[in-house]
Design a binder for this molecule. Structure first.
Ligand SMILES: Nc1nc2c(ncn2[C@@H]2O[C@H](COP(=O)(O)OP(=O)(O)OP(=O)(O)O)[C@@H](O)[C@H]2O)c(=O)[nH]1
Ligand SMILES: [Mg+2]
Length: 178
């Protein structure tokens, strides 16, 4: 199994959830759970806040036996890869087949993030993904040059999760009634 170390997942997770701005490298062991709210994302029209948990998973193959448990109650999947690696295709495909194409995550919003580490340039090229992966939304994150872009995209992504959760609740209610 491929290990996606030092791509910047933790740095990005800390930035997006505003949990911390430490940039020292500390390999993620297993999973870190970041609980957060985003003031721009509310759960209904009345503006009630919404609590999220972001599970920052280091991708260590040693933790593979825990993946089914991690996926069980997930309502979204974010796959981060290093934008400066020319062909991360195999790796993205591997993570998608493990996490996204699983039966229980099929209706779950998935976001691919090409993370640009400082000094690695800001080439906005996209990997040529084969179907069905080319349907996944791909965004770029560059915290040095354009932190706004990924901040806005993350808000959109959180909103898509709220919509998907409320749609699946509606479907469940309909299936009870009919
Ligand atoms: N300043 C800065 N440093 C970054 C950024 N992205 C990655 N780095 C550097 O890369 C190192 C590794 O980033 P992490 O976020 O810890 O990598 P990771 O993907 O979580 O790695 P694992 O937990 O081992 O899988 C960081 O300690 C930083 O030194 C960034 O956007 N800004
Ligand atoms: Mg990490």
């Amino acid at each position: 199994m491929i290990k996606a170390e030092e791509y910047g997942k933790t740095i990005l997770a800390n930035f997006l959830t505003e949990v911390s701005d430490i940039t020292e490298y500390n390999p993620t062991q297993g999973v870190r759970i970041l609980a957060f709210e985003n003031p721009c994302v509310t759960s209904n029209n009345k503006g009630a806040g919404c609590e999220f948990e972001l599970w920052d998973h280091g991708g260590d193959p040693k933790s593979e036996s825990c993946w089914p448990d991690m996926m069980k109650d997930s309502q979204g999947v974010v796959i981060v890869f290093n934008a400066s690696i020319l062909s991360p295709l195999k790796e993205i495909e591997m993570w998608c087949s493990c996490f996204v194409q699983q039966q229980f995550l099929q209706n779950t919003p998935c976001q691919l993030i090409a993370h640009h580490k400082p000094g690695s340039g800001s080439d906005q090229g996209n990997p040529a993904l084969a179907p069905p992966l080319n349907k996944l939304k791909l965004v770029h994150s560059n915290l040095e040059d354009d932190p706004e872009e990924i901040t806005m995209e993350f808000i959109k992504y959180l909103r898509s999760i709220i919509n998907s959760v409320s749609e699946s609740k509606d479907r469940e209610e309909m299936s009870i009634i009919t």
